[in-house]
Design a protein around this ligand. Structure first.
Ligand code: COA
Length: 187
């Protein structure tokens, strides 16, 4: 991610039952969410951002914070930057007890939906080489590792993968499977 931190080790391997999507609300992060956001941050990363780092980042004009709320409880957050032609995810986590239930996917999809509205074409981020759960998550969400950033972090000698999601011209067209077998039968 943007600030250099260690990866989380506590992601449960098995999927949780997906919460009803209509119960999950994604909205702007506001000042009074910080306490819950910091709890998720601290339980997700070995080198968590401090409150001051969050606030400093969010004071920038091009920096946006969002949270996912489930039954009035904050269950995830995302901090990202707006650039001319892309969005850059700086910090992102879902509460460990609700991972693998689709919250992260909903938050990333919300960001992807913004791309076409804002005429930005890409979302980029850095992920630690040891943070395999996050790499798998982003790969599943359509991101691809495009570069290795050697010894990217100050706290360890880890590399980072620079991952990118790129909106293609046909991204908005729903995928319709092409059934070649039925064509063969009809011939
Ligand atoms: C990465 C993270 C935000 C994903 O959030 P999440 O809500 O658990 O993700 P989702 O439930 O939406 O997962 C969507 C898909 O991604 C993949 N995925 C997510 N977590 C995975 C894991 N631990 N292992 C393998 N695949 C995973 C799966 O394909 C999953 O679909 P499935 O559950 O139907 O198999 C969450 O694991 C997290 O907060 N990690 C700690 C903080 C972190 O590493 N942040 C990113 C820093 S770069």
């Amino acid at each position: 991610m943007g600030l250099k931190r260690a990866n989380d080790q506590s992601t449960p391997p098995a999927a949780n039952p997906a919460p009803d999507a209509s119960r999950t609300q994604i909205r702007w992060l506001i000042r009074r969410d910080m306490e819950e956001v910091l709890l998720i941050e601290r339980s997700s990363f070995e080198f968590p951002w401090t409150e001051e780092e969050f606030l400093c980042c969010l004071r920038q004009r091009n920096c946006i914070g969002t949270v996912a709320e489930l039954d009035h409880k904050i269950v995830g957050f995302m901090i990202y930057e707006l650039h001319k032609s892309m969005l850059r995810i700086l910090n992102f986590a879902v509460a460990s007890d609700i991972r693998r239930s689709g919250i992260g996917r909903q938050m990333v999809q919300r960001l992807i939906d913004k791309l076409s509205q804002q005429r930005r074409r890409e979302i980029v981020l850095e992920v630690r080489e040891t943070n395999v759960p996050a790499q798998l998550f982003f790969a599943e969400s359509g991101f691809r590792a495009v570069t290795v950033l050697r010894k990217h972090y100050d706290d360890t000698c880890e590399d980072a993968y620079y991952m990118r999601y790129c909106l293609t011209d046909d991204s908005s067209v729903p995928f319709v499977p092409h059934n070649r077998i039925s064509e063969y039968d009809a011939a």
